[in-house]
Design a protein around this ligand. Structure first.
Ligand SMILES: Cc1cc2nc3c(=O)[nH]c(=O)nc-3n(C[C@H](O)[C@H](O)[C@H](O)COP(=O)(O)OP(=O)(O)OC[C@H]3O[C@@H](n4cnc5c(N)ncnc54)[C@H](O)[C@@H]3O)c2cc1C
Length: 409
């Protein structure tokens, strides 16, 4: 692995740092105090579009990327990419940008316009026509747009095979019924990738992925959940009631589901995004460490060897977490299977970031208890990083199964 960064990447990281310092951190604190996400018509989002963000990594078949393209940002995926990076190190750059933006505010980062977590599913499972139809508009940059991804249900989180949202064929259409939980940016999204089942008894083999467009009759009851942290973006529950979706919106078409490809499509997107979530956690952990160091210095605590020892331990672990994420990205950039590497990175980074924020809270003492210090916000923000896109326990199960070559169920 080559750790050197080219000048273009360094410049992009510097731009992310400036954006974070000037915009993300203050906006994140404001949303946290107000207890609500940034509204979709906030001028910040239009400003992001002017900076070239809010786009998609999709390009029409055959188009060569000679010049920087727009950025897609909901999952902080840096996509102002050159053809060379696409071959050599795009995932690595994505990771570094995600970490930097999350250092300043992970909640605001996830609120960025873009197709978000829905994009990997459309890219990996959609036909070329579907990619153009659903991702193409994001390339226009005419207005902030969002996409969303809805797998989780009130009764199915870790065990995604247990989803109950039903999909029934009716003529040329599909009719969906069910409830979805905690889908990022769903109420403001132009479309949501919804996973449903044709028969719960089939487990993952029964899964189908649909793009449900905003305004489709039967899509509704949006409820933005109250969260302990990451308040700058919406996590939204919604219902599908006799929601009629055209057959053309079944991702990949019927043939795609003849094998187990449907579920594997979702898994592929997780493999791409888990290292990103790990990087975001590392970013929050770094912020907690910097704030803790600042506080300890101000309060004259650095003379205590125990304090220095714990700060050093956290820094060491954060470096380890970053390296694990970079390894998973390195594998992805070379199109090598990264299931275990992605899961190891995702299992480790949130725990380390949590340790960093916990140490900060201990150093703050009563100051932390007042609830108005940045470390206290980071402490609440970081918890979700262990939950989203597969909890820490689930990642460890995956790695253990891989270790002993246990067959998938
Ligand atoms: C901030 C936030 C954003 C989210 N965004 C999205 C989104 O955009 N789209 C989406 O679809 N979902 C989203 N989710 C949902 C998220 O993916 C689920 O919360 C997660 O998969 C865990 O599911 P659960 O909450 O139902 O917990 P459960 O699956 O009920 O698990 C509860 C606890 O049991 C443990 N556990 C479960 N099974 C096992 C096992 N076999 N062995 C050991 N331990 C186990 C878990 O680790 C966890 O600690 C989001 C969640 C949060 C908090």
């Amino acid at each position: 692995m080559d750790f050197a960064l080219d000048s273009e990447t360094l410049q992009r990281l510097e731009r992310a740092r400036e954006l974070g310092r000037l915009e993300l951190r203050p906006l994140g604190i404001e949303c946290d105090r107000l207890g609500r996400p940034t509204p979709p018509d906030h001028p910040f989002f239009a400003a992001l579009l002017r900076l070239g963000m809010g786009g998609t990594r999709w390009r029409p078949a055959g188009e060569v990327q000679a010049t920087p393209a727009r950025e897609t940002t909901t999952s902080a995926r840096e996509t102002t990419t050159s053809a060379r990076e696409t071959r050599e190190g795009r995932s690595r750059v994505d990771l570094l940008i995600a970490e930097e933006l999350s250092y300043w505010d992970r909640g605001v980062t996830v609120s960025f316009p873009g197709p978000g977590l829905g994009e990997p599913s459309v890219l990996s499972m959609g036909t070329e026509e579907q990619r153009a139809r659903f991702l193409g508009p994001f390339a226009r940059g005419d207005r902030p747009r969002w996409g969303a991804f809805a797998m989780t249900e009130p009764g199915a989180g870790s065990d995604v095979a247990g989803i109950r949202t039903s999909a029934r064929r009716d003529g040329a259409d599909w009719v969906l019924n069910g409830e979805k939980s905690f889908a990022a940016n769903a109420s403001r999204a132009d479309w949501i990738v919804v996973f449903a089942t044709v028969d719960p008894a089939l487990g993952r083999d029964g899964h189908r992925a649909f793009v449900v467009e905003r305004g489709t009759p039967g899509l509704g009851d949006f409820k933005i959940e109250h969260k302990m942290g990451l308040k700058a973006y919406e996590s939204t529950s919604f219902a599908l009631r006799d929601c009629r979706v055209p057959g053309a919106n079944l991702l990949g078409g019927e043939g795609h589901y003849a094998s187990r490809a449907g579920f594997k499509g979702a898994l592929r997107s997780f493999n791409a995004t888990r290292p990103l979530v790990a990087a975001m956690a590392t970013g929050i952990g770094r912020a907690a460490l910097d704030e803790s160091l600042g506080f300890a210095r101000e309060q004259g605590l650095l003379g205590d060897v125990r304090v220095r020892d714990r700060l050093e331990r956290v820094r060491r672990k954060l470096r380890m977490a970053r390296l694990l994420g970079l390894r998973a990205a390195y594998m992805a950039d070379r199109q090598r299977p990264n299931l275990a590497d992605a899961s190891i990175a995702k299992a480790v980074a949130p725990q380390v970031a949590f340790e960093a924020a916990s140490l900060g809270m201990e150093l703050l003492g009563l100051v932390g208890g007042r609830g108005d210090h940045l470390i206290e916000k980071l402490f609440r923000d970081v918890k979700a990083m262990d939950i989203v896109e597969g909890t820490g326990q689930i990642q460890r199960l995956i790695v253990a199964r891989e270790l002993v070559q246990y067959p998938r169920d």
